[in-house]
Design a binder for this molecule. Structure first.
Ligand code: ATP
Length: 478
């Protein structure tokens, strides 16, 4: 458990305010920028800046290290974003991966009809069919206000819209073009490679295949920053097990995922497990548990763990006419493995880590300090190095210290502005240590080391700084 997990998150007076503050910190410190900003922005697209990309990489590396590199029963994969269109027919995405949407005839904005009924009319829509949703809109629609323009009774009849983005693929423009889809999940690429991997990689069931990659869903987003976007990154595992053992493995994965979040320092109080009720389960799922996080706008799914039976392999086997059975050499039997799928959204994890580590100390006073109390293995910068002045040889000594450290740690030399401002900047970046080179350094070759969380300072010899950081920083993977 990292340091951040020990204290409860200090939220601002209003949760929405704390989300606004986090968004503003992300922009100001180069974590996340609005996509296509110089053209006025493209709604709901985000670009990860120099510090954001480091935090993303640290999260990916931690996940990969825990679930792939340090285990002998999980292997990695990087499959294509485009799959053969028949794959989406087989998986059920062409027929069933849709949301009921309705348009405002006045301002043309689009809403998710089921969510509108749930959130604004307090109707339980979980198990409602499209025709039932349409019936409610027909009966009561005249009194529904558009959340965008406020006009009353302007909604069209809800219709199902597929969430997959499609495009055309072909060697000659317009001729024999094939409609292809940007994958809405990374999972199917794993199922399509099950036969390849099990026949070439000496893996025996139970084993898993892990993949990190972009997914795309054309869904209605609700201004919750990076929580729900149309382009996002997933970190998924398909864990293949013998039929009959799926309950044991399901429990194992819920537990492993929870423990991993703990190792990142996520505060336990901000996490909860939510089991899907029977009527809520996806058609392929026998059991699903969501690990939810208490985001600044409320509880939301972070990580979904689903027991997918043999649905996907069975479907692909029947649609491709290929035998996807696993041969159990011990028993001399052939069978289709069952699958447990822990599916995590990297961008949601990023938001969870930011929200969890975001602290404002002494908010109403002159000593106000904003600090990201990130676990040190996640911090984009491990130490800031500051010469007190650029003159009198201090900059040169700071450069020497930088030289000693930069091959082992992500360190940053900063010589501009007051020391206070430099500390403040690194606190907002979540940097665990700051090193200051001052006039005493010239006399006794010691530097001041300041800790981010306690702000305590002590002097240590330049000679010892490398081994000190090595000992104190949580081991990082890369
Ligand atoms: P939701 O109910 O929030 O739409 P989901 O149940 O459809 O999510 P899954 O298909 O289980 O999500 O995908 C696995 C994970 O991928 C989710 O737990 C979430 O972290 C992430 N994810 C899904 N959709 C999005 C999105 N539009 N933007 C960002 N992350 C997403």
């Amino acid at each position: 458990m990292g340091k951040t997990g020990q204290t409860e998150r200090k939220k601002q007076s209003e949760p929405e305010d704390s989300l606004k503050d986090i968004i503003s910190l992300c922009k100001r410190r180069g974590f996340i920028y609005q996509g296509s900003e110089i053209y006025g922005g493209l709604a709901n697209t985000f670009d990860y800046g120099p510090y954001g990309v480091e935090l993303l990489r640290n999260l990916k590396n931690e996940w990969w290290h825990t679930f792939v590199s340090s285990r002998s029963d999980i292997v990695g994969l990087d499959s294509s974003i485009f799959l053969h269109p028949k794959a989406w027919e087989a998986s059920g995405h062409l027929d069933s991966f849709h949301d009921p949407l309705s348009d405002c005839k006045h301002c043309q904005s689009r809403i998710r009809a089921d969510q509108y009924l749930k959130e604004r009319q307090d109707i339980d829509t979980e198990s409602m069919s499209l025709s039932q949703i349409q019936a409610v809109f027909q009966e009561k629609g005249d009194s529904f206000h558009c959340p965008q323009c406020g006009k009353k009774g302007t909604f069209t009849k809800p219709r199902q819209f597929n969430l997959m983005f499609s495009t055309k693929m072909g060697s000659v423009l317009g001729e024999n073009d094939m409609e292809v889809y940007l994958r809405p999940e990374t999972a199917q690429g794993i199922f399509l490679n099950f036969r390849n991997i099990s026949s070439t990689c000496r893996v025996n069931v139970p084993f898993g295949v892990a993949q990190i990659g972009k997914s795309f869903r054309n869904e209605i987003t609700a201004r919750q920053f990076i929580f729900r976007t149309r382009e996002f990154e997933q970190m998924e595992i398909e864990f293949f097990c013998k039929p009959g053992t799926q309950k044991k493995w399901f429990d194992y994965w819920v537990d492993s995922c929870t423990k991993w979040l703990d190792s990142l320092g996520v505060c336990k109080k901000n996490l909860r497990l939510r089991s899907h009720e029977k009527k809520e389960l996806s058609f392929y799922s026998e059991n699903t548990v969501d690990i939810e996080y208490n985001f600044p706008f409320g509880w939301g799914e972070l990580w979904g763990i689903a027991s997918r039976t043999d649905y996907d392999l069975r479907q692909h086997s029947s649609h491709s006419k290929k035998n996807l059975n696993y041969f159990d050499a011990e028993k001399g039997e052939n069978w289709l493995p069952y699958v447990i799928e822990p599916a995590l959204g990297l961008n949601r994890l990023f938001l969870c880590i930011l929200a969890d580590s975001y602290h404002v100390e002494n908010p109403e006073t002159k000593e106000k300090r904003t600090v990201l109390k990130l676990a040190s293995h996640l911090s984009p910068v491990k130490a800031g190095i500051f010469p007190l002045q650029k003159k009198d040889g201090l900059l040169e000594i700071a450069e020497e210290v930088h030289k000693k450290l930069y091959r082992s740690f992500a360190v940053e030399l900063d010589s501009s502005g007051s020391i206070g401002k430099r500390y403040y900047r690194q606190d907002e970046l979540g940097t665990p240590y700051c090193i200051t080179v001052d006039y005493q350094t010239k006399e006794d070759q010691t530097i001041t080391l300041r800790k981010r969380d306690s702000m305590s300072q002590k002097r240590i010899p330049i000679e010892e700084i490398h081994s000190y950081l090595l000992k104190k920083l949580q081991p990082s993977i890369c």
